[in-house]
Design a protein around this ligand. Structure first.
Ligand code: ATP
Ligand code: MG
Ligand code: ZN
Length: 572
């Protein structure tokens, strides 16, 4: 391919809204352009890599025995109404009406569609097991689209849905996908860590996320340095023994606290430590206000809370609701004497002589004792685990780091096959309901994550397996006939075996080298001064620092060597 004909608008400057390396480099290297918030065009160079990622995913999925389908993205709302998710999905789902005023949806995920395919087409246990997948566009109206193609509103996902006769079958599919995902990410040159993930309150039984460790990741991961415990903070647990303090319960007392509102101010005011406080927070769960209490030095983990109370929607209450529930403005809430349900973290039920609000402006209560002064309607672990706490498995000190979620596998169970009434004829002549799993990979996010992991100050360093081209040939002077002729001869010859780009633009060598590095083509061949002098060419592997000189007649052999060496890095 001729670079001059390829529409690669490289940039020297950093685009305004690009905050993270991959976004900056994808923009600067001319791989993507923004059309609107969370909406991106892949330009030719970027699309080549996107297609390579897709090809790897497709090969590995096919090898795993999965079958590819191509369902519509525009989905009649009735399927979503059947599963019960039409009302639950909230604003993330794009909704529209067709010309007949029928409700339609732009698919944010495809459980309903694949379940209906199985319902309409699978009659007997003999047709199972099945793992059906698509590589297709998804729409999600994200609250905060950002980081380029990492979190956008329209993106390509590989999503697979398995259907099995029984749980043992699902376990097998889940295992196969775990292995397949490892192979896919390895071949893409991406180092991932599988971590335990939240299964929600929808009957799922196991879930793993594939995380790319990265300081710009939006997920927090809790990891034990000693054993194999690694979990998304959303569900991470820690070992904690909450023991009742051996102190005399004192009578409850109202204290005037005019200028203290935050925990820090109160800690100072009462001359104590945060663990003597009860944090009392009003939430609204599925439209109903609740009071949630936790020890003052802990944070509430909203995912755990949501699961504990089996809510679909959970949000912090607004000022008006807080006033209604507690009779006081924000900052003075307590669980004592309220009419709403009280949910308590385990940490609270052993507390004695604790401090909390008085449900009265500018007043707090001290010497609150659980059980004597209030009782929770529901008690559970709703704490957010922090680094420094103890591992739930081996008690070693937990660490935390950030990660980007590139893939997700999930044992769904019977949620969709039940709600959508899928019946298959069993071996015994009786009907049964198949059990499901689902498995997703974000294609664009995977590509961006590879860049997060593989770059330097000059630009992208593509793994050769997904690089837009294997080789770039740089003739340093387009006016020099001998150089140009040689460069094109090499180009023609190597193109028979490799994907080769030639920088035929009438640009200065410095510009060409900068662009080659920025775009990150793994192997660069420079046809320049050394060719005139000694008939040799300069080879540079993007991943390495040094350059080597190779005689023209030895070029093909050397290229083959380098190409194989590069490829071996990503073999599974
Ligand atoms: N807005 C998005 N833009 C690009 N890729 C996405 C987006 N949302 C999800 N993905 C990709 O699709 C995969 C499967 O989707 P899934 O529904 O599990 O994601 P999710 O849990 O909503 O992700 P997140 O927590 O990042 O929003 C994710 O692992 C990710 O790689
Ligand atoms: Mg999401
Ligand atoms: Zn451990």
């Amino acid at each position: 391919m001729l670079l001059s004909k390829m529409l690669v608008p490289t940039l020297r400057e950093v685009p305004k809204d690009a905050e993270i390396t991959s976004h900056i480099l994808m923009y600067r290297a001319g791989l993507i352009r923004k059309l609107g918030s969370g909406l991106y065009t892949f330009l030719p160079m970027g699309l080549r890599t996107l297609h390579k990622v897709i090809n790897i995913i497709r090969e590995e999925m096919n090898n795993s025995g999965a079958l590819e389908l191509l369902p519509p993205i525009l989905i009649p709302a009735e399927y979503w109404k059947e599963s019960g998710r039409y009302d639950l999905m909230g604003k993330e789902m794009f909704r529209l009406k067709d010309r007949h005023e029928a409700d339609m949806v732009l698919g944010p995920t495809h459980e309903e569609v694949f379940t209906s395919v199985v319902r309409e087409n699978v009659r007997s246990y003999r047709d199972l097991p099945l793992n059906l997948y698509q590589i297709n566009t998804k729409f999600r109206d994200e609250i905060r689209p950002r980081f380029g193609v990492m979190r956008c509103r329209e993106f390509i996902m590989k999503d697979a849905y398995s259907f099995d006769i029984d749980e043992a079958g699902l376990d097998k599919h889940y295992e196969i996908m775990r292995v397949t995902y490892r192979r896919i990410f390895k071949r893409c040159g991406l180092e991932v860590v599988p971590v335990l993930a939240d299964t929600g309150n929808m009957g799922g039984s196991a879930s793993e996320e594939f995380m790319v460790p990265s300081t710009v990741g939006e997920e927090e991961i809790i990891k034990c340095p000693k054993c194999d415990y690694v979990a998304n903070v959303e569900l991470a647990k820690s070992h904690y023994e909450f023991k009742e303090e051996n102190i005399q319960p004192l009578p409850i007392e109202e204290v005037h606290t005019p200028n203290a509102k935050t925990i820090e101010e109160l800690v100072k005011f009462f001359n104590t430590t945060p663990d003597h406080f009860i944090k009392s927070i009003v939430y609204v769960a599925d439209g109903i206000p609740i009071m949630v209490v936790i020890r003052g030095d802990f944070e509430i983990n909203e995912t755990k809370l949501k699961n504990l109370i089996k809510a679909n929607n959970l949000e912090l209450a607004d000022e008006e609701t807080i006033l209604k529930v507690t009779n006081a403005p924000v900052g003075f809430a307590s669980p004592i004497g309220l009419k709403v349900k009280i949910i308590a973290d385990e940490s609270v039920v052993v507390m004695k002589n604790a401090i909390s609000g008085a449900n009265k402006k500018d007043y707090h209560l001290k010497n609150i004792c659980y059980s004597r002064d209030f009782k929770a309607d529901l008690i559970g672990d709703i704490r957010k685990v922090k680094s420094g706490e103890s591992c739930p498995k081996c008690k070693a000190t937990l660490e935390s780091y950030r990660g980007i979620e590139v893939g997700h596998i999930f044992k769904l169970g019977y949620k969709y096959t039940n709600s959508m009434n899928v019946k298959v004829l069993g071996k015994d002549g009786k009907e049964f309901t198949p059990i499901m799993g689902c498995y997703g990979i974000g294609v664009g996010r995977t590509m961006a994550s590879v860049i997060e992991q593989n770059n330097d100050e000059d630009g992208i360093i593509w793994p050769i397996t997904i690089a837009p081209f294997h080789i770039i040939i740089v003739p340093i002077n387009m006016q020099d006939e001998k150089l140009v002729k040689t460069a094109f001869e090499i180009y023609e010859r190597l193109s028979e075996r490799y994907e080769v780009l030639i920088d035929d633009r009438d640009e200065r060598p410095g510009v060409k080298f900068k662009d080659a590095d920025l775009i990150g083509i793994p192997i660069r061949i420079t046809v320049g001064k050394t060719f005139h002098e000694t008939e040799s060419l300069e080879l540079k592997v993007r991943r390495k620092k040094d350059k080597i000189l190779v005689k023209l007649k030895e070029l093909d052999k050397k290229i083959e060597e380098i190409y194989n060496e590069e490829k071996r890095l990503y073999e599974v």
